[in-house]
Structures are given as C-alpha cells and as structure tokens.
Ligand binder design. Structure first.
Ligand SMILES: Cc1ncc(COP(=O)(O)O)c(C=O)c1O
Length: 485
C-alpha cells in the first residue's frame, strides 16, 4: 500500500466509530487507529482533504482540523506541493507488533539485542562500562552474603516480594539525600533489577502507545528500546554543549509526555546540564504536565569540582523521577537499581512492579544494605574515584600525545569512558573494523544516535585497565589511524 493514495480504494478508508465524539475527532481517531494497527504504512500518501470531505459527507474544515491534529502529533507529515503522507518516523516495531498480534502466535518481531562484547571474559582494550573488578572487596561481599543467608535461611524461601528490602531503601535514601542532592524519603524508593527496569516501568506506567517522549540524541540505547517496545514515539532532541536542547523539543513535540535525560553526565557524549537548562526543562514539564526521568547512572565518578546535585532536588512541581544503578559503582551483575518517584504516582508504579515481578533477590538486597551500612560502599567509591581519576587523565594525556592529529577529546566531566571525535568523519566504520581485528573494542557514537550522520567518534573505556595498558593501546590506535587516514 506504501506510496499509493489511500483514497483510491474507498473500502480501505477507515470506518468512523465513536458517535459520541465531534466529527473531526472521529476522523482523527479512525486514521490514528488505522496507522497504529498497521493497516496503512509509514510513507503512504493520504487522500486530499476535499476528496475525503466528500467521502465522509463533512465540511473540508472538519477534515483539515483532523489532519492538523494528526500532523501535530507526528502521525502525518505534509510535503510542500505534493500532499500529506503517513509519517516515515513512526515507531515501526510497534506498528509491526500490532500487525502480528492478529497472527497465530502474535510474536513481537524485533531485532535481537547486540551481543555483549566477549561477555564473561577479560575485557578488551577500551571496552566500555566495565568496572575494575580486581579491586572490588569480594571477600567482604561474600562474608556479608553468607551471613545473611545463614542467619535467615527462610528469607530465601520468601514469596512476599516488596518494592525493596526496607533497610536497603533506608540506606539508599540517606545516601541520595546526603551525597546526590536528591530530596526523598525511603517511602518514595522502588528497588529494581537495574535502571533499565526502572525506565521500562516508568514508560509502561506513565505513557500509552502512540504517546511521544523526548530522548537525547545520542542517548543510551536501552532508552530507545524501552520506548520502541512500548509503542512510544521517541522524539530525538539534539544536544548542544549544555545538553538537551529544550527549545528544539518545545518546537518539535511540546506535548510529549516524558523526557528521559542524563543531566549530571550526558550519555554517551559526557557534558553536564547547567542550572539554566535544567530550569527550562522543569518549566516545560510543569507547564505541560509532562514527566522527566533523570538517569543518574555514574555521577559518583566526577574527578574535578563538586558533584553536581540532582535535578530532582530542585523540582518544585513533583514532575521528576530519578533513577540510579549499582551497575557502574559496584558491578553490573548485581542487578540492583532504584527509582525515586513523586508520591502522586507511587501506587501506579508499585502495581506495575508487582505485575512484571521486577524485584532483585532479597539476599542481594540485604547484602548490599549491609555493605552500605557498614561503610564499605563509600570506601570503595572513594578508592575507585581516585584510581579512575588517574587512569582518566593518563588516557587523555596519551591521546593528546599520540592521536591529536586524528581526533579531539570531548567534554571532560569524568565518568568511565572518554569520548573522542574524529577529525576525518568518513572512516569510522573502517577504523572500528580494523581495531576489532586487532582485539580493540571501539564503540562508535553513531550507534547511540538517531542517524548515522551524527557526530563521528568513539567511546573509550578505561576503568578496568592499567595505566601502561592504556598507553600501549593508545599507540596501537595511533598506528590504525596512520594506516587508514
Ligand atoms: C546511561 C545508562 N542508563 C542506564 C543504564 C542501565 O543500567 P542497569 O545496568 O542498571 O540496567 C546504563 C548501563 O550501562 C547506562 O549507561
């Protein structure tokens, strides 16, 4: 059907239902449902307003009103001089899943997630997101775990799952209030198996299929997939040096229901959002009654200046949900993260948490609570901050010395990777491929962006390597640049 005017086949024009609604709304809903049900594809041409008015026996103004609504919500796009089309940028998987739901098995067809880099094996040079496990106090952790299981074996036979082990919620609340500038009580915390689950929960609880959500462009890939899987239209909002460009979002999709942002340390570029921009974002959320999901995944690792307090702490309108994870500051397999939510939506989120059974094992939660309570957590963070800081600056120095003909270094706000931008933007894929052959894991920025034409460069992980190894990997990278560029 793609490309053909729908009007040519009158039988395929949507039937109008909902007699209780005004005419323009019935037409709007009929087209919206037809698109979401996969009966008309992205890119299909739509009937001219005059022809449609005749078909439905209404005035042309009524049709124009419905078309305007569909265009402003992103279902339709108008191409100057050639008519109106179903938007190309619809969440395709959602449309596809609706189509498939009528088939025998109703399987949601999506791309399988990318394979993890050599999961379980020692990390490859520049691999991202891997904490230094050699320095993790494993013995202490195991002792605390064993102590918990021995002292309360029936806690392992527990089916009464809650939104979090109460001592862990208390410890997290105290950590967030004193160290991160979050204002919350432990009652507002949901403990989840990671912050990816937190995003999923928020999206499923607060949005409906067809709604819009702002995302940073580029952004964490899990954010995009949480929206896609739930039929939400992601609105990629470009970044400038202050993070998400709120004025762009306001123009493109002022009524979006949610914005997902990483203000303390933008993922993957690395800038932080200054107060002026934060206030702009909060103002939009307050005025449009939208939500903000603040993803604070690694703010423990800032190497200069003071930690930047959370945006949640200055939110007077209760529009911000704040999420964090122990994947970066401890280790990803812990599968524990948390969501701090305004009281007004707590029950809805808890109900969704119960429905989806998103609870980390209680024994892990109790171990973590004891680990934090006894001071091991803060000690570990302090040690790691000092170690990562040294590695971070030696990697930057090595890159400046060896690779400055080929790249520039992105924002220097800390974290667990350094973002670099290539001066010659045409060879990203070739460089990544050649590096891969030589055992180097380069993550290209475009993988996180809405289009391949985004900034060209790579994320270079450093946290689990020694200083000497980083220097020799940087030299190896230089040789690759010399051969290819
Ligand atoms: C920016 C960002 N948000 C969220 C997550 C998800 O973390 P978790 O392991 O807690 O699901 C990650 C993990 O890498 C991340 O980098």
């Amino acid at each position: 059907m793609s490309g053909k005017p729908v009007v040519q086949d009158k039988a395929k024009l949507p039937r109008l239902r909902r007699l209780d609604l005004p005419m323009y709304e019935r037409i709007y809903q009929a087209f919206r449902d037809t698109i979401l049900n996969g009966q008309v594809f992205p890119g299909a041409r739509l009937p001219a307003t005059r022809a449609l008015a005749q078909h439905y026996g209404v005035s042309r103004n009524t049709i124009i009103q419905a078309y305007d609504q569909l265009a402003s919500e992103g279902y339709f796009e108008t191409r100057h001089g050639s008519g109106t089309y179903v938007a190309n940028e619809l969440p395709e998987n959602f449309v596809l899943s609706r189509q498939l739901s009528g088939t025998k098995k109703g399987v949601l067809k999506t791309k399988p997630p990318d394979k993890l880099w050599n999961a379980g094996k020692p990390p490859r040079p520049f691999q991202i997101g891997v904490p230094d496990m050699e320095r993790f106090p494993t013995e202490t952790w195991l002792k605390l775990y064993a102590k918990h299981v021995r002292s309360s074996p029936y806690s392992l036979a527990n089916y009464e799952l809650e939104d979090g082990h109460s001592s862990l919620k208390n410890t997290i609340a105290s950590y967030l209030n004193t160290r991160k500038g979050v204002r919350c009580s432990s009652k507002q915390i949901l403990v989840l198996p990671g912050s990816q689950q937190a995003q999923e929960l928020v999206v499923r609880s607060l949005l409906r299929p067809g709604d819009q959500a702002w995302i940073e462009d580029p952004c964490y890939r899990g954010t995009r997939s949480a929206l896609r899987q739930n039929g939400i239209k992601a609105i990629p909002v470009p970044l400038d040096e202050n993070g998400l460009d709120v004025s762009y979002g306001l123009k493109k999709a002022p009524k979006a229901g949610l914005a997902i942002v990483t203000p303390s340390h933008q993922y993957p570029i690395g800038c932080s959002m200054p107060i002026g921009r934060r206030l702009e974002l909060l103002q939009w959320a307050n005025e449009s009654e939208s939500w903000i999901l603040e993803d604070d995944y690694d703010s423990e690792y800032r190497y200069r200046g003071k930690p930047i307090p959370a945006m949640q702490g200055i939110d007077e309108g209760n529009r911000v949900l704040y999420m964090g994870t122990f994947s970066k500051c401890l280790f990803p397999d812990i599968r524990i993260g948390y969501l701090v939510a305004p009281f007004s939506i707590l029950d809805a989120l808890k109900e969704m948490q119960a429905t989806t059974g998103s609870y980390p094992p209680i024994a892990m939660q109790a171990t973590l609570a004891a680990f934090m309570h006894d001071g091991h957590f803060e000690r570990h963070i302090r040690r790691m901050r000092s170690r990562y800081s040294k590695l971070y600056y030696s990697l930057i120095e090595a890159l400046e010395k060896n690779c400055s003909d080929y790249l520039t270094i992105g924002p220097r706000e800390g974290g667990m990777h350094v973002t670099v931008f290539l001066k010659d933007t045409s060879k990203t894929a070739t460089i990544q491929e050649e590096a891969g052959k030589q055992g180097i894991a380069l993550s290209p920025i475009f993988k996180y962006a809405s289009s391949k034409d985004s900034a060209q460069g790579f994320l270079l992980g450093f946290s689990c390597f020694g200083g000497k190894q980083l220097i020799s990997s940087t030299r190896q990278l230089k040789k690759i640049f010399e051969t290819i560029m």
